[in-house]
Design a protein around this ligand. Sequence first.
Ligand SMILES: Nc1ncnc2c1ncn2[C@@H]1O[C@H](COP(=O)(O)OP(=O)(O)OP(=O)(O)O)[C@@H](O)[C@H]1O
Ligand SMILES: [Mg+2]
Length: 391
Amino acid sequence: MAKTDITKASGDLYLDHLTKSFGDFVAVDDLSLQVPQGSFFALLGPSGCGKTTTLRMVSGLEAPTAGQIRIGSADITGQKPYKRPVNTVFQNYALFPHMTIRDNVAFGLKRRGVKDVDKQVDDALDLIQLSQVAQRKPAQLSGGQQQRVALARAIVNRPAVLLLDEPLGALDLKLRRQMQLELKRIQTEVGLTFIHVTHDQEEAMTMADTVAVMNNGIIEQMGAPTQLYESPQTAFVANFLGQSNLFPAKVVEGDGDELVLEDKDGSFRMPKSRMGRNVSTQRGAKVLVGVRPEKIQIAPLDESAPPPGDGNFVDGVVENTSFLGVSTQYEVRTPGGDIIQVFAQNLDAHGVIPVAARVRLSWKPVHGFVLDGSQDIDAGVEIDPDALVVS
Ligand SMILES: Nc1ncnc2c1ncn2[C@@H]1O[C@H](COP(=O)(O)OP(=O)(O)OP(=O)(O)O)[C@@H](O)[C@H]1O
Ligand SMILES: [Mg+2]
């Protein structure tokens, strides 16, 4: 039988119990996942969680301490980087400054000895919509244009897997949003497997078919963006992906289909289908009750507050409001002293409920979630770097 040509391997990408240690420090810890061929996969997590290390192992720049990497049935774990059907686009694009855009894009093909590269290069330039500047040098392009060239330079090689390590990190916010759409369009058009590393949760959610949330070298949860957002399994995911109100509570009743939970502001009901990982239903077990700010209805207490028994509710006092046009964000202080965030769509003409007003907050049991109570309630809460600046 002919020896299989690794450079032509195709299929799903498998990481199988992949581990990378640097001395005593475990940067990637027994990580296993499958990325379907042709999908847009995002690896999302805070700085230092092991995203780049994972990509470097896939590209062959870093040797795993343990575990296996496969594309389809081909084991590429020990292969030299240039033999793998994998290309990487880095944050700093690293274009060759002395070469034209066209030569930059053609570089990989020519190095591999491909003859007649013109058609493929033309197609790649078309794809990124930069045919008209093919004769310029990189310095004569904008940041976003350079980023697209870096992408074309990788795509032209038709790798089985394209790795993108914070490729939009150097761009300003507006350009970044434009490029997200662009990148998604290009991926759909070429149908290659994209693995996109980012610490921007919005970016991961808007672009990817599947998001893996990574923390301390492990994957906390993996799934479609809506699934991760609606049904977080851990406090880290609940806080890192969007915002969550989380409260410590304990199980009062856990025998039926529904859990009855109690915290210092009252009792709450929750279907058992809304339980995250490792939640105990034993009476007295510690849990975290979660509800997203936009799932909560807010109403002045004196008017048409829904009657108790309709769902979960808690009364409180408005402590802060921010009118954002499409929505108003409220901070409501409960009798127990917690702050609950509420995002209310501006549907009513009555306008913003004022600070110091007494309000009733209510939400459907199915809109909440319950997490294991032994976790750090603030895990994954993003620290605002600006808030740390002492002036
Ligand atoms: N060569 C190395 N030697 C020792 N430690 C390393 C080495 N490379 C990475 N690390 C450590 O491994 C951890 C993961 O690093 P990695 O670069 O994968 O993080 P990341 O998720 O890409 O973070 P960022 O979002 O900041 O890029 C970090 O704590 C880092 O300091
Ligand atoms: Mg990194």
